[in-house]
Ligand binder design. Structure first.
Ligand SMILES: [Zn+2]
Length: 70
């Protein structure tokens, strides 16, 4: 469950982030050529105040990158 950082209401999750008028999403990938996309960026919206938050599902690829940086 994701809580709104502003008003602490329960957010509506798993929504798609879209480029206006284009049927494509945006994604997270490592910098550099030939890198594969890691995760699609999703968003959550607070139904009370309208605050929008973006996030990705944390995968083993993301965890591997975090280990590499520490
Ligand atoms: Zn809110």
């Amino acid at each position: 469950m994701r809580k709104c950082l502003r008003c602490e209401a329960q957010m509506v999750e798993d929504l798609a982030v879209m480029v206006t008028n284009k049927p494509i999403g945006i994604e997270v990938r490592e910098q550099g050529m030939f890198k594969m996309p890691l995760e699609k960026i999703k968003c959550a919206v607070c139904p009370q105040c309208g605050y929008v938050e973006t996030y990705v599902e944390v995968s083993h690829f993301i965890k591997k990158l975090a280990e590499k940086d520490s």
